[in-house]
Design a protein around this ligand. Structure first.
Ligand code: AMP
Ligand code: GLY
Length: 441
């Protein structure tokens, strides 16, 4: 029997745990978590609670449990070198080494890699370690995006029009960023529709999973602050209503070149998930960023559809035999919506902020899947914490039906909760289609 270690405690890892549990190889799951996720705990033979920034307790648990390999869910342990520490202990992993995880943790590393290896997809950009030349470059760009270097959880990026308006403000912000970060990437603001393409890589072969669209803004109509992601959808044809097969192929081609460039640059094969955050623009597919892991919520869209045995998939990634494995997904549409505390993403002095530690009741969710995220199980029930509480996923033949299932389920969750009722609905999807039509003229 295969013993597998899973590191991570969110809804993404709950979906991974479920994919592991579904394997025909009847694996035993050992879960190392920062907080006790009741959904993962229910699937695990044993659970250990600890921190992600110290590999030692994770290695000790992996050894005790005699795991054959590990699957790393979030970026935190990856950027702290958990895969290197596991390798030193003789335990292979699905997840990149610390050096390779810079693809996510350092925006400048990734932009420079694409440029050095002549890979298409970069917007105009420059990295600055001091203010020298910043003003002149800001003046060259029609629209500006500022990215502090280092892991910012997707919340450190500043976009003109959203976070600041003028070039003078951009310059002030650069000055501020450089006080607390080693460098800032200044880049051209792209216009288009974003999509997530989560690819699997064994170091040489890259295979794509169906594209997904996430919704980062807190409120309906794409208003309010950026969040970790309020929900996401994927199409039954493994495309998106505004995205054709050619655009998906462009995203995959960029990712294949990136995998080859990483090998050439570091001498290390990238084993794990290469999740490209792309934007389809009037002039083709551009790269916004790479993540070194599955997306959260996007993992909840694609893992439930995975027909290939997940343990076989992990082994192919580790052994470098992904070219010999057929990666297949059910031809179904999915809509994922996050149930969050009303106060999620709002300032601490907001009247709804206290909702973050309230109890929730889960009613009849009918055919929907539930994935726990920031949820505590106490003696008298389930309590939310400060972050996204649970992902609800509808799976059906059409997006409309998947949306209906997800919306019905999320409305069955009682408590001071909120969600985005517009995700996956026809009007919002039509808005995306119209946006792309307008841009392409
Ligand atoms: P990131 O942390 O790189 O995903 O950035 C967060 C968000 O900022 C992305 O999801 C985009 O919506 C936006 N963004 C980042 N880079 C650009 C860009 N070059 N042009 C337009 N929007 C961007
Ligand atoms: N859905 C955004 C992320 O996982 O980074």
């Amino acid at each position: 029997m295969t013993h597998v270690l899973l590191v991570g405690n969110g809804a993404r890892e709950h979906a991974i745990a479920e994919a592991i549990a579904r394997s025909e190889q009847a694996p035993r799951l050992f879960a190392f978590m920062k907080t006790d996720n009741p959904g993962i705990a229910a699937l695990a033979a044993e659970v250990r609670i600890g921190r992600y920034d110290d590999p030692a307790p994770i290695i000790a648990f992996a050894k005790e449990a005699k795991v054959a390999f590990a699957v790393i869910g979030p970026e935190d342990p990856l950027s702290h070198g958990i895969v290197d520490a596991l390798a030193a202990a003789g335990i292979p992993a699905v997840g990149p080494t610390q050096t390779l995880a810079r693809l996510e943790s350092s925006k400048s590393f990734t932009r420079n890699l694409l440029e050095k290896y002549g890979i298409p997809g970069n917007p105009r950009f420059r990295n600055f370690t001091d203010l020298e030349g910043i003003e002149a470059f800001l003046n060259e760009l029609p629209g500006i995006v500022l990215k502090p270097d280092g892991l910012t959880g997707g919340k450190g990026v500043m976009v003109q029009g959203d976070h600041f308006q003028t070039r003078a403000e951009a310059l002030d912000l650069c000055r501020e960023i450089l006080r607390s970060h080693p460098s800032v990437t200044v880049e051209e603001k792209l216009e288009g529709e974003e999509f997530s393409l989560q690819c699997l890589c064994d170091g040489r072969t890259v295979k794509a999973t169906p594209p997904v669209q996430d919704h980062k803004r807190r409120f309906a109509g794409d208003r309010g602050p950026n969040t970790g992601g309020m929900g996401s959808y994927s199409g039954a044809d493994h495309l998106l209503p505004f995205l054709d097969a050619d655009a998906v192929a462009q995203g995959l081609a960029i990712t294949e070149k990136v995998a080859a460039a990483l090998l050439a640059e570091t001498g290390q094969p990238y084993k794990g998930v290469l999740y490209g955050g792309f934007m389809i623009t009037a002039t083709g597919v551009k790269l916004i960023e790479y993540n070194a892991r599955f997306g959260d919520p996007e993992a909840m869209n694609i893992l439930p559809l995975l027909k290939t045995d997940f343990i076989a998939l992990c082994r192919a990634i580790i052994d470098g035999t992904l070219d010999q494995l057929a990666l297949t997904f059910e031809k179904k549409a999915t809509v994922c919506k996050y149930c969050v505390p009303k106060g999620y993403g709002l300032p601490a002095d907001h009247p709804d902020a206290a909702s973050t530690s309230s109890r929730i009741e889960i009613g009849d969710v009918q055919g929907a899947r539930l994935y726990y995220s920031s949820i505590d199980r106490k003696a008298d029930g389930l309590y939310m914490t400060a972050s996204r509480a649970m992902g609800v996923v509808g799976i059906a033949d059409s997006l409309a039906e998947a949306e209906r299932i997800a919306e019905g389920a999320i409305k069955a969750i009682g408590g001071p909760v909120d969600h985005r009722s517009d995700i996956g609905t026809e009007p919002l999807i039509q808005k995306r289609i119209d946006h792309m039509k307008r841009l392409k003229g």
